[in-house]
Write a protein that binds this ligand. Structure first.
Ligand code: UD1
Length: 430
C-alpha cells in the first residue's frame, strides 16, 4: 500500500491543471448503457473509480476503448473514452464490484430502461453514514418498475418498458436525480422530477443526454421535465472541470500561502466555497484560463459554514475546510447537514495538533498557531485529502497512510502539488 510523505512549510506558487469531474464522469459513463451507439467522453480523469467503473461496465458487455494522447496534449490532458454498449450481455451487477463504489448502483436505471430488468447488488462506497438507496428505488417505482430485494440484490423489472410519471424527492439526492433522469429518458411519456438536485454534474449528464437525443428541460433547477424518446444515439461530450478538486487546491493554497492558477477551473461551479475562502483571507479572481487564488501574509480568519446541496457549500469540501480552519486565528463552526457520519477526519487532524470539538453535526474548530507533522490514516476520499492540506502547513514530516482512498478521486495529487513547490512524495509498497 502506498503512503504519501509531506514536509510542511512551503508556499505554493505556479499553476495546477484541474481534471475532469469524477462525479460527472461516473454518471456519464453509466449513461452509455442507454444507447447501442458509441458515446465518446473527453477530459475523463485518470482515477481508480473510473477504472473500476470500466470493469463494471465491461461485465455488462460494454466495450470501453481508451484513446491515447494526441500531439500537443498537455501532460495532464484527460483521457478520451469510446464507450459502446451495443448489447447488454449481463443484467446483473455483482456484489464484488458494486460494494466497492456506491455510484455503480446507478447502472440499475439504464439497464432496466434498455433490457427490461436488472439485478444490482446493494452498494458500498465511502463509509460516511448509512447512505440508503430508498429514494433511488422510489424513483424507479414511480416510473413503473417492480422492485424486490433478494439476498442482498435489488431486482428491478419493467418488462413492458418504464412509463413517465411524477417523482417528488423528499430530500435532495444527487444519485436519486441521476437515476430518475436515466430511467426517464427512454420511458413512455413525460416525467416530472421535483426537488431535483441542482449540482452541476446533473447539468452535465443532462447536456450529454440531450446531445444523444433525449428531451430534458430544467436541468440545474429543482424541477426537471423529461419527455421520453424511443431511442438514443451516440454523442461526443467533454466532461466539466472538477469543482471539488478545484476547491481542494484552493484550500491548499489558502493554507500554505502563495499564488496559484487553477487551470481550467470555473468559479461559478463553486462560488459558495470561494466566498468562504475570501472571508478566510484568500484573494480569488477568475481569468480566461481559470481561477487564480492567493494568500500573501494575511492571517487566516475563522468562518461559520453549513454544508448544503448546490449552490450551497458542498459536503465534499467540508473536511478540507476543517483542515484549513485548524490554523485560523480564532474559532470556527462547521455544520454538516448532508451526511450524518462525515467527521472521521477529526481524530486524524487531532494527531497533528488540531483542536476540534464535535457536538452533534457541528464541529467547533479552535485555531492553533502551529500543527506538527505525524503519521495519520486516510479514512475516506475527502477526509484523506484534508490531512494533506493540514500537513502542508504542519511543522515537520507527515506520513499519510492508506492513500488508495485519495487515488479514487484525485489524479496525481502529489505531482500537482510538488510542481507548485510543496515537499510531497509518494512512497510505494508499504
Ligand atoms: C453524491 C456524490 C458525493 C456527494 C453527495 C452529496 C457522486 C458519485 N457522489 O453522492 O460525492 O458527497 O452526492 O453532494 O456524485 N439518501 C437517502 N436515500 C437515498 C439516497 C440518498 O437517504 O436513496 C441520503 C444520503 O444518505 C445523504 C443524502 O441523501 O444523507 C444525500 O445523498 P446523495 O445526494 O444521494 O449522495 P450520493 O448521490 O450518494
Amino acid at each position: 500500500m502506498d503512503r504519501i510523505r509531506i514536509v510542511g512549510g512551503q508556499r505554493l506558487t505556479g499553476s495546477i491543471p484541474i481534471s475532469g469531474a469524477k462525479n460527472a464522469t461516473l454518471p456519464l459513463m453509466i449513461a452509455s448503457l442507454l444507447t447501442d451507439e458509441t458515446l465518446v467522453l473527453e477530459n475523463v480523469p485518470r482515477l481508480a473509480d473510473v477504472a473500476l467503473l470500466q470493469r463494471i461496465l465491461g461485465n455488462h458487455g460494454v466495450d470501453v476503448m481508451v484513446g491515447g494522447k494526441r500531439p500537443g496534449d498537455s501532460e495532464y490532458e484527460g483521457q478520451t473514452l469510446h464507450i459502446s454498449a451495443k448489447r447488454i450481455v449481463d443484467t446483473t451487477a455483482p456484489y464484488e464490484l458494486v460494494a466497492r463504489m456506491r455510484a455503480s448502483f446507478w447502472v440499475i436505471a439504464p439497464i432496466v430502461a434498455r433490457a427490461g430488468e436488472a439485478r444490482v447488488s446493494l452498494p458500498g462506497g465511502c463509509a460516511i453514514g448509512t447512505r440508503p438507496v430508498d429514494m433511488l428505488l422510489m424513483a424507479m417505482r414511480d416510473l413503473g418498475a417492480e422492485i424486490e430485494i433478494d439476498r442482498g440484490y435489488v431486482v428491478a423489472r419493467a418488462p413492458h418498458g418504464l412509463k413517465g410519471g411524477e417523482i417528488v424527492f423528499p430530500k435532495v439526492t444527487v444519485g436519486g436525480t441521476h437515476t430518475a433522469v436515466m430511467a426517464a429518458v427512454l420511458a413512455d411519456g413525460v416525467t416530472v422530477i421535483d426537488n431535483a438536485a441542482c449540482e452541476p454534474e446533473i447539468g452535465d449528464l443532462c447536456a450529454c443526454l440531450n446531445k444523444m437525443g433525449a428531451k430534458i428541460a430544467g436541468a440545474g433547477t429543482s424541477r426537471i421535465v423529461v419527455t421520453g424518446v424511443s431511442r438514443l444515439s451516440g454523442a461526443h461530450h467533454r466532461v466539466l472541470p472538477d469543482r471539488i478538486e478545484t476547491g481542494t487546491y484552493a484550500m491548499a493554497v489558502t493554507m500554505a500561502g502563495g499564488e496559484v492558477l487553477l487551470e481550467g477551473a470555473r468559479a461559478e461551479l463553486l462560488q459558495a466555497a470561494l466566498d468562504v475562502l475570501v472571508d478566510a483571507g484568500a484573494e480569488v479572481s477568475e481569468t480566461n484560463s481559470g481561477v487564480h487564488i492567493a494568500r500573501n501574509g494575511v492571517d487566516l480568519a475563522p468562518v461559520e459554514v453549513t454544508t448544503a446541496p448546490f449552490p450551497g457549500f458542498p459536503t465534499d469540501l467540508q473536511a478540507q475546510l476543517m483542515a484549513l480552519m485548524t490554523r485560523a486565528n480564532g474559532t470556527s463552526h462547521i455544520t454538516e447537514t448532508i451526511f450524518e457520519n462525515r467527521f472521521m477526519h477529526v481524530q486524524e487532524l487531532a494527531r497533528l495538533g488540531a483542536q476540534v470539538h464535535l457536538e452533534g453535526q457541528t464541529a467547533t474548530v479552535a485555531g492553533v498557531p502551529q500543527l506538527k507533522g505525524a503519521p495519520v490514516m486516510a479514512t475516506d476520499l475527502r477526509a484523506s485529502v484534508s490531512l494533506v492540506i493540514a500537513a502542508l502547513a504542519a511543522q515537520g514530516e507527515t506520513l499519510v497512510n492508506r492513500v488508495y482512498h485519495l487515488d479514487r478521486g484525485f489524479e496525481r495529487l502529489e505531482g500537482k502539488l510538488a510542481a507548485c513547490g510543496a515537499e510531497i512524495e509518494r512512497l510505494s509498497g508499504f
